[in-house]
Design a binder for this molecule. Structure first.
Ligand code: PEP
Length: 269
């Protein structure tokens, strides 16, 4: 049985004081929550204070990115051991904003990525996370142009396979995937629940090719892209969506807590 998961990606929001306040409010709001693994991913600068604010709760801490080397002359980068030393158990890998695949921008513009993540670096980061005792939450998803060209399945499957290159079964089973159609991120335009489920199923089938159907059935596949209290119920009712990766709606404690509660309730039925 899969335990639902609700991940809050704070992106580049909240200084230390704001982060503390939001973390305390989330911890209080979810005090009685059971049946949903909540993960909060603040900016690196707030990891320690958010960890402190959530001490004694079941809420886990995650980074938003990592570098694949463990230490050295890599100015501005953060390694897996650094994240675990701040209390992280999870790390987001390959978010579309880091792959340079933005909103509804045309494919040519998206190639001008400022952060440079691509299938090869995502694979290195997944490996670094796993060897550093972090669970990677790997983001995959198509651009609007790719969906219009009916390339969604091919793009998503390709990203899943590339992220897992050279990994063995025992490692793959720990990886969490998040289907995040790029055109749905931060746009208010959520993917229709049945279609989101269909693509999450495709991800699970790609995983089954690697680890076998039984193991793939135990793996967590999330949906992300304009998740809100208004659409969470329908998404959680889908059999292959195990939870959400949330941006905008995780910045307010009321809405984020609501998402986690609905996930627990729907999946617990
Ligand atoms: C995200 O940042 O991964 C995301 C899905 O953002 P939003 O919920 O704002 O669309």
């Amino acid at each position: 049985m899969r335990i639902p998961m609700m991940v809050g990606n704070w992106k580049m929001n909240n200084d230390n004081d704001e982060a503390w306040d939001l973390a305390v409010a989330i911890a209080e709001g979810l005090e009685d929550l059971e049946g949903c693994q909540v993960v909060v991913c603040p900016p690196f600068t707030a990891l320690v204070s958010v960890g402190e604010a959530m001490e004694g709760t079941d809420i886990a801490l995650g980074g938003q990115n990592l570098y694949w080397e463990t230490s050295g002359a890599f100015t501005g980068e953060i390694s897996a051991p650094m994240l675990t030393s701040c209390g992280c158990e999870y790390v987001i890998v390959g978010h579309s904003e880091r792959r340079g695949r933005f909103g509804k921008a045309p494919a040519e513009e998206c190639l001008l990525s400022v952060f440079g993540d691509n299938d090869a670096t995502v694979n290195k980061k997944v490996k670094a996370a796993l060897s550093g005792d972090l669970i990677p939450i790997v983001c995959v998803g198509e651009l609007l142009a790719e969906r219009q060209e009916e390339k969604t399945d091919e793009v998503v499957e390709g990203q899943v396979v590339a992220a897992l290159a050279e990994l063995v079964e025992d490692e793959i089973v720990d990886v969490v995937f998040a289907y995040e159609p790029v055109w749905a991120i931060g746009t208010g335009e959520v993917c229709e629940a049945g279609e989101a489920n269909r693509v999450c199923r495709i991800i699970r089938e790609a995983l089954a090719e690697k680890v076998g159907a039984d193991e793939a059935e135990q793996m967590i596949v999330l949906y992300g892209g304009s998740v809100s209290p208004g659409n969470i119920q329908g998404l959680m009712e889908q059999p292959d969506i195990d939870g959400g990766l949330v941006g905008g709606a995780c910045l307010k404690d009321e809405s984020f807590c609501e998402l986690a509660k609905v996930a627990a309730e729907v999946k617990g039925e």
